[in-house]
Write a protein that binds this ligand. Structure first.
Ligand SMILES: C[S@@+](CC[C@H](N)C(=O)[O-])C[C@H]1O[C@@H](n2cnc3c(N)ncnc32)[C@H](O)[C@@H]1O
Length: 383
């Protein structure tokens, strides 16, 4: 098999997901939430959560640590699927997943964003770019051996060969439809056989590799996507196992996916939050904005400060209920929360949909009923 094909295996969606990406994502969430499913009090806790939602008492939902695993197990699966498809549908979002980039996800402790974005990352395959690097390298005939060595270094950096083969060895016994075995095989062969230069080329290559490998080191992270999960409660009990499962089942090593958390009330507008905003390529508000608007004054201030701190060219993704939950009463009039953002002069609307459905395909299996989601979507660009 050619080098480029072997390299591509690591991030080949078919190899990673098997036949059904959606089912694979659900399996990842289910495995991450195993602790919750084992709770004898699962059903009663879920009823308590639902009644707090009904009363719009969001603090009562999220400020009780006992609720968090149950909340994730119930709400993260369909949201993760919805966000996965949302990213796939929008090239501007997929572009951020090629890296290097930072995605700041406000109110994302429950893990839906982590699962959905990570799954979409598998499709944002930077390894394919190796093809171009190889072609141009091959043109340099006088440094043939060196070029091969360079491609090999490039391929390893792109695919994170070491991480991948380590990660996939964990997945062999699990539900990846045989993909893990192929992937490991591919990556092992990649490092061993990607160049077989002649003796002369070998000498040139090793000299060139020594000199070329060092300055190339930063390139190992050139496709790294940092996902910052911001939330006002500590969801590490959910996010840590989920990250482990994602790394293993979606074959995403730390050179590709970096996970960070930021704990604090977003409405406090801390310096550290604004620093994160200033560095972000994409900021997401997924099913959190209407909750925040319970405190209109502070949320208006939050929005204006965040938009001011966003770098020019950065994007903001907002999705939330398309129903009355997203109503915002100002004086005698009622608006949808996105209307406030739509009118901000420094934001350009890149995409808008006031009401769309994400419907979970009936063929999918999960221990709980999956929820179809009617929601609005906005993608803005900071001018
Ligand atoms: C309805 S959940 C949505 C979770 C997630 N974004 C999703 O789509 O599944 C709202 C999330 O926002 C968090 N949250 C609520 N108020 C917040 C605040 N003031 N600051 C930061 N996070 C907050 C909650 O802890 C919870 O994780």
């Amino acid at each position: 098999m050619e080098d480029k094909k072997k390299a591509a295996i690591a991030n080949d969606p078919k190899k990673v997901f098997g036949r059904s990406p959606d089912q694979h994502i659900l399996n990842v969430v289910r495995e991450s939430c195993q602790e919750a499913f084992n709770l004898p009090s699962f059903e009663t806790t879920l009823q308590t959560i639902k009644s707090h939602f009904f009363d719009r008492n969001y603090d009562a939902v999220f400020q009780n640590p006992a609720h968090l695993p149950v909340y994730s197990a119930r709400y993260a699966p369909s949201r993760a699927l919805c966000y996965y498809h949302l990213f796939l549908d929008h090239p501007v979002l997929m572009k951020t997943l090629e890296g290097p980039s930072t995605i700041l996800c406000i109110g994302s402790g429950a893990g839906s964003e982590l699962a959905g974005i990570s799954a979409a990352m598998v499709h944002a395959n930077p390894v394919l770019k190796v093809k171009k690097v190889k072609k141009s390298a091959d043109k340099e005939k006088s440094i043939k051996g060196a070029a091969k060595a360079e491609v090999q270094v490039e391929v390893q950096a792109e695919a994170g060969a070491e991480e991948m083969s380590k990660d996939t060895s964990d997945t062999k016994d699990n539900d990846t439809n045989g993909a893990a075995e192929d992937t490991t095989l591919g990556m092992e062969k990649l490092t061993v056989t990607s160049s077989e230069p002649t003796q002369e080329q070998s000498a040139e290559a090793s000299a060139a590799a020594v000199t070329k490998t060092k300055p190339k080191k930063p390139k190992a992270n050139k496709h790294q996507v940092t996902v910052v999960m911001q939330d006002y409660v500590d969801w590490s009990r959910i996010l840590e196992p989920m990250e482990t499962v994602i790394r293993s089942r979606m074959v995403l090593g730390p050179e590709r996916l970096q996970c960070e958390t930021e704990i604090g009330n977003v409405l406090d507008l801390s310096d550290s939050l604004l620093e994160r905003v200033a560095k972000a390529d994409l900021i997401t508000f997924m099913f959190v904005l209407n909750e925040l608007f319970q405190d209109k004054k502070r949320t208006m201030l939050l929005v204006s400060k965040i938009v001011a701190a966003m770098p020019s060219g950065a994007h903001m993704l907002v999705a939330d209920s398309a129903g009355s939950f997203s109503n915002l009463k100002v004086g005698e009039r009622t608006y949808m929360v996105y209307m406030l953002l739509d009118h901000l002069k420094s934001l350009e609307i890149v995409y808008q949909d006031d009401a769309t459905w994400y419907r979970c395909p009936p063929s999918l299996t999960y221990p709980l009923k999956l929820e179809n989601m009617r929601h609005f979507v906005r993608i803005y660009k900071k001018l």
